[in-house]
Design a protein around this ligand. Structure first.
Ligand SMILES: Nc1nc2c(ncn2[C@@H]2O[C@H](COP(=O)(O)OP(=O)(O)OP(=O)(O)O)[C@@H](O)[C@H]2O)c(=O)[nH]1
Length: 878
C-alpha cells in the first residue's frame, strides 16, 4: 500500500505543513511531524477534510503575504512619516482607511471566501502598493529638491523644515562621507568594483553625468534610490530603516557572529583533527653508542649524565637504583656514584678539570711556553735595564742613547716618556727600560715580572765598586739575568778601569780576558765614546741568548708604568712580549680590562699594532693597572670583561688576607709546603769579618737536603733595598750587630719580610738550624702580674671553694695562672677557674679591690693563703 508523507500532502494542497500535521492529528492519525507517512485512505480523508478549509488556508497565506506587504508598506510609510512633518494627517487618514480596508479583507478571509477573492484582494494590495510607491517617490523628489537647494545655499536656508532635516539626519553620514571623498586634492576615485558593490544605482546615474567637486552626487543617488535599495536589500521586507546606527549595530553583531562562528568552526575542526589523528607517541631517543670515556663534573644529575651517555635519564635512574643508589633525575650525584655508573656501563670516567680563565698568570705562562715551542718565532729586540751606584752615570747613558740613537735615526722623533724606549743600531732594535736602578728592577721582580733580558751595570771608572754596585749585582744574579759591565766616565782623568775590573771580579764578574764570560765595555756616557760598542755587545749577548718571540699568537705583555691621565683616562705603558697587540683588541691587564683604544709608540706616534719587545702606551682600560701587571689579550670583550671583573674581586679578597712571607718561625712549614731546596737569606753585619764568618757558618747548614743560600750580604744597616730584595726573593734578613733603617723597618712590616737581629754568631746559626729542623719553639717567660691574700672562703657544692681575696699588688686576670702559697711554700700551681667581683664574672680585678675566685681542680684554700698570679709571655729572641 502506497504511503505518502504529510509534507507531500501539504505540498499538494498548498497548505502549511503544521496545519496539515495538526489536521492529521485531529483526525486521529498517528503522525508526529510532517515527515510522518500516512496511507492512501488517510490521505484521502485528510485531503477531504481540507475540502472546505484549504482555500481558507490559502487565503490565510495570501493574507499573510499581503499583511507582509502591508507591513512593508506601513514601514515605508513609517519612515516616510518620520521624514514628513507629522502635522500632515492626510496620509495617516489614508493609512487608517487602508488599515480599515485591510481589516475588512482579513475579515473576509476569516469568513472563508473563495481563492479567487483572495487573488483579487492581492491584486488590490499590489495596486495600492504601487500607488503608495508613486506617492512616496513624489515626496522623495520634493525632499531631494529641497536638499539640493539647501546644499547650494546653506546659509540662506538656516531653518530647514523638519521634513528636510529628517532626511538630512538620515543621510548625513553618507553625505559627509562623500564630501570627504570628493573634496580636496588627495581624494582618490573609489574603485569601480567597490562603487558598484556598494552603490550600484549611483554608478548607473553617474555614468552619464560627469562628476564635479562638491557636487552632492551621492546624496542625490541615495535619496533617489533609498526605497529601491531598501527593497533590493530585502532586509526584513522594508524593516531596514536606513539608520546608520542601527545598521552599524547589526553589522557589528553580524561581524561578531561571523567571527565567533568562524572561531567555533575552527575549534570544531581542530577538535575533529585532534580526534582523527591518533596521539603522537613521544619519539624515542635514538640509541646512540656510549662514549669511550665519561668526562663528568661532580654534582651532575641523571639528566646531565643521560645527555653525556646518550641514554634516557630514566634509564640512568633505573641503573643507579639497581646499584643501590636511590635518586631522581634532578638529584646531584657525587664523584663515586658517577664513576660507579660509568663502570656499570663499562666505560672509563674522567673528572673534568676546570680551567680558571681568570688566572691570567697561568694563561700568560701558557702562551709564553707555546711561543717558545712555536716554529713561527722570530728574533726580537733585547730588553735592557741599566743599574749601578748613584751618580755613576745611568741617566746620562740613557739620555745619550735616547737622543743619539733615537733622534738620529727616526725623523722628527722626540722620545716620549713612556717607561721604555727603543734604540736602533745597524737596523736592529734594543729596548731600554727607562727606570734605572735595581729598586725598580726588583720591584718588578717581586711582583712576578721578569721582563729584563740583560742588565747593564754602570760603574764609574773613577769611583769603582760601591755598595749599590754590589746590590745591583746581587739583584741581577738573583734574577738570573746576564750582566754587561759598562765602565763609565772613561773621559775623566782619574779613570781606573783596571781597578774596577779587579773589584768586580770579586763579585763573580770575570771578564773574557780573564777567562770569564762577562762582557766589559769601557765607555763615556758624556762623550758618547764606545757607546755603540756597548750596544753592539748588547746585541751580541742577545744573539747568544737567542731571544725570540712569536708575533703571530695572541698578545701577552707587562706593564712598565701606569697612570691616570686627565683627558685620556687610565694610561698604561707596556711592553709586548709575545704576539702582536692591535688597536681594538680586548685585553685584561692585571685586575683591569678593556679594549685597546689608542696605542702610542715611544716616539709619540699613534700606531695600530705593537710587536714583541715594543714599548707602547695604551688607553682604553677601565682602571689604572699597576706596574708589573701582566697583559693578556682575549678573543672577545665579554670574556675580557668577566675575567677583569673576577680578578678585581679576587684582588679585593686577597688584599684582606695577610700575605705570608717566609720567616724563621714558619720556615719549616714553608720548606715542607713549597718543597724548598734552598733557604734564601739576606745578610747584613757591622764589619766585613762578621759578614764572612756568618756567611760561611750559615752556608754550611744543611737539613734534609735543604741548604742556606745567602742571596746578598753586606756591611751596614739593613736598608730598603735589602728588604725589597728579600721580599722579591722570599728571603728573610739576618742582621748581625746592625739595625734596620726606619724606612726599611716599616717597609719590612708592610711587605711581611722577617728581620732577625743577633749579636752572638752561634745564636744566629742555632736559630736558623732549629728553624730548618722545625724546632724553633717560641720562648716564654713567666711574669708575675699580681699578689692576693685570701680573706674568706666559702664552700659551694658543684663549684668548690670560693676564695674571697684582696688584690694587694698588681692585678688578677680570669685567664691567668695562679700559685697558692702557704707559709712561704708553694702548695699548688694551676689556673684560675672563675673570677668574680660581687656576683658578676669579670675579666680582671685591679689592686686594692676584693674579688672572689676559684682555682681549677683545687679546693684546699684557707684563709690567709697567698696567691701569686702570673702569665707566660713570649720573649723576643735576642
Ligand atoms: N765626565 C763624565 N761625567 C759623567 C759621565 N757620565 C755621567 N757623568 C756625570 O755624572 C753625574 C751623575 O750622572 P747621572 O747620569 O745623573 O748618574 P746616575 O747614575 O743616573 O745617578 P742617579 O740618578 O742619582 O742614580 C752627572 O753630573 C753626569 O754629568 C761620563 O761619562 N763622563
Amino acid at each position: 500500500m502506497a504511503k505518502e508523507r504529510i509534507y507531500e500532502v501539504a505540498k499538494e494542497l498548498g497548505i502549511d505543513n503544521k496545519v496539515v500535521v495538526q489536521k492529521a492529528k485531529d483526525l486521529g492519525f498517528d503522525v508526529k511531524n510532517h515527515m510522518s507517512s500516512i496511507d492512501d485512505a488517510q490521505v484521502k480523508k485528510l485531503k477531504g477534510s481540507f475540502q472546505n478549509s484549504a482555500p481558507v488556508k490559502k487565503q490565510e497565506n495570501t493574507a499573510k503575504k499581503s499583511s507582509k506587504i502591508k507591513i512593508s508598506v506601513s514601514s515605508i510609510r513609517k519612515n516616510e512619516k518620520k521624514s514628513e512633518n507629522k502635522k500632515n494627517n492626510k496620509p495617516k487618514k489614508r493609512n487608517n482607511q487602508r488599515r480599515h480596508d485591510h481589516s475588512n479583507n482579513d475579515q473576509a478571509q476569516k469568513q472563508g471566501r473563495s481563492s479567487t477573492n483572495a487573488r483579487n484582494l492581492l491584486k488590490q494590495f499590489k495596486q495600492k502598493q504601487r500607488a503608495e510607491e508613486t506617492t512616496l517617490n513624489k515626496q522623495t523628489q520634493k525632499v531631494k529638491q529641497e536638499y539640493h537647494e539647501q546644499l547650494k545655499n546653506p546659509k540662506k536656508n538656516t531653518q530647514p523644515n523638519k521634513e528636510v532635516k529628517s532626511h538630512q539626519v538620515k543621510e548625513k553620514p553618507k553625505a559627509e562621507k562623500v564630501e570627504k571623498k570628493t573634496i580636496g586634492p588627495k581624494i582618490l576615485k573609489p574603485s569601480p568594483a567597490r562603487f558598484k558593490k556598494n552603490k550600484p544605482a549611483e554608478n548607473r546615474n553617474n555614468a552619464s553625468t560627469p562628476r564635479r567637486n562638491n557636487e552632492p552626487v551621492v546624496p542625490k543617488v541615495s535619496l533617489n534610490e533609498a526605497p529601491k535599495e531598501e527593497r533590493r536589500n530585502g532586509n526584513g521586507h522594508g524593516r531596514n530603516t536606513g539608520k546608520p546606527g542601527r545598521k552599524g549595530r547589526n553589522q557589528f553583531a553580524n561581524s561578531h557572529n561571523d567571527h565567533s562562528d568562524r572561531q567555533e568552526r575552527k575549534r570544531r575542526k581542530n577538535k575533529k583533527r585532534q580526534h582523527e589523528q591518533p596521539k603522537k607517541q613521544p619519539t624515542k631517543r635514538k640509541e646512540r653508542p656510549l662514549p669511550e670515556t665519561l668526562v663528568y663534573e661532580e654534582g651532575m644529575n641523571a639528566q646531565d649524565l643521560g645527555k653525556l651517555l646518550h641514554r634516557e635519564p630514566a634509564e640512568i635512574v633505573k641503573k643507579l637504583f639497581m646499584l643501590g643508589v636511590m635518586t631522581n633525575q634532578n638529584q646531584s650525584l657525587d664523584k663515586d656514584t658517577i664513576e660507579l655508573l660509568a663502570a656499570e656501563y663499562g666505560i672509563d670516567a674522567k673528572q673534568k678539570v676546570h680551567e680558571d680563565i681568570s688566572d691570567i698568570d697561568k694563561l700568560y705562562d701558557k702562551r709564553m711556553k707555546a711561543a717558545k715551542e712555536s716554529n713561527k718565532q722570530v728574533k726580537r729586540p733585547p730588553v735592557v735595564t741599566i743599574m749601578g751606584h748613584v751618580d755613576h752615570g745611568k741617566t746620562t747613558l740613557l739620555d745619550r742613547l735616547r737622543h743619539t740613537h733615537v733622534s738620529a735615526h727616526e725623523a722628527g722623533g722626540i722620545t716620549q716618556k713612556i717607561g721604555a724606549y727603543q734604540v736602533r743600531l745597524d737596523d736592529r732594535l734594543i729596548t731600554f727600560l727607562d727606570t734605572p736602578g735595581h729598586a725598580a728592577f726588583s720591584n718588578m721582580r717581586a711582583r712576578g715580572a721578569e721582563i729584563t733580558d740583560i742588565v747593564v751595570l754602570v760603574v764609574a771608572a773613577d769611583d769603582g765598586v760601591m755598595p749599590q754596585t754590589i746590590e745591583a749585582i746581587d739583584h741581577a744574579k738573583s734574577a738570573n739575568v746576564p750582566i754587561i759591565v759598562a765602565i763609565n766616565k772613561m773621559d775623566v782623568p782619574g779613570a781606573n778601569p783596571q781597578h774596577v775590573t779587579e773589584q768586580l771580579m770579586k763579585y763573580g764578574l770575570i771578564p773574557e780576558d780573564y777567562g770569564g764570560d762577562t762582557i766589559f765595555v769601557k765607555i763615556s756616557a758624556k762623550t758618547g765614546e764606545n757607546v755603540d760598542d756597548l750596544l753592539q755587545m748588547i746585541l751580541l749577548q742577545a744573539d747568544v741568548m737567542e731571544l725570540k718571540a712569536d708575533p703571530t699568537q695572541m698578545a701577552i705583555g707587562t706593564v712598565v708604568e701606569a697612570r691616570l691621565s686627565r683627558g685620556r683616562g687610565p694610561v698604561a705603558d707596556l711592553l709586548v712580549q709575545q704576539g702582536t697587540l692591535n688597536v681594538g683588541d680586548p685585553i685584561v691587564v692585571g685586575n683591569t680590562f678593556g679594549r685597546v683604544r689608542t696605542m702610542t709608540n715611544d716616539r709619540g706616534r699613534q700606531v695600530k699594532k705593537a710587536t714583541p719587545s715594543m714599548p707602547v702606551e695604551i688607553t682604553g682600560l677601565n682602571d689604572v693597572p699597576e706596574s708589573a701587571d701582566k697583559l693578556v689579550e682575549f678573543e672577545d670583550e665579554k670574556t675580557a670583561r668577566s675575567v677583569g671583573e673576577a680578578r678585581a674581586q679576587q684582588a679585593l679578597q686577597k688584599s684582606r688576607e695577610n700575605v705570608q712571607h717566609v720567616t724563621l718561625d714558619n720556615l719549616f712549614d714553608t720548606m715542607k709546603k713549597e718543597n724548598m731546596k734552598e733557604v734564601d737569606i739576606v745578610l747584613k753585619a757591622d764589619v766585613q769579618g762578621s759578614v764572612e764568618a756568618l756567611q760561611q757558618s750559615l752556608e754550611k747548614i744543611e737539613v734534609e737536603g735543604v741548604r742556606v743560600n745567602i742571596i746578598h750580604s753586606g756591611v751596614g744597616a739593613i736598608n730598603e733595598s735589602d728588604v725589597t730584595l728579600a721580599g722579591a726573593s722570599n728571603a728573610f734578613i739576618i742582621g748581625f750587630n746592625v739595625r734596620p733603617t726606619a724606612t726599611a723597618k716599616s717597609q719590612a712590616e708592610t711587605d711581611g719580610v722577617d728581620i732577625r737581629l743577633y749579636s752572638i754568631i752561634y745564636k744566629a746559626i742555632d736559630d736558623v738550624t732549629s728553624a730548618m729542623k722545625g724546632m724553633l719553639e717560641p720562648t716564654y717567660e713567666e711574669k708575675v702580674i699580681g699578689n692576693l691574700t685570701v680573706r674568706e672562703t666559702w664552700k659551694v657544692s658543684k663549684v668548690g671553694t670560693i676564695a674571697g681575696s684582696f688584690v694587694d699588688k698588681g692585678l688578677v686576670k680570669n685567664d691567668a695562672k695562679i700559685r697558692v702559697i702557704r707559709d712561704g711554700i708553694v702548695k699548688y700551681d694551676g689556673e684560675i677557674a672563675s673570677l668574680k667581683r660581687y656576683k658578676d664574672d669579670v675579666k680582671e680585678v685591679k689592686e686594692g679591690n676584693d674579688c672572689g675566685l676559684t682555682i681549677k681542680d683545687y679546693n684546699d684554700i684557707k684563709i690567709g693563703d697567698e696567691f701569686e698570679v702570673y702569665e707566660m709571655q713570649q720573649v723576643e729572641p735576642k
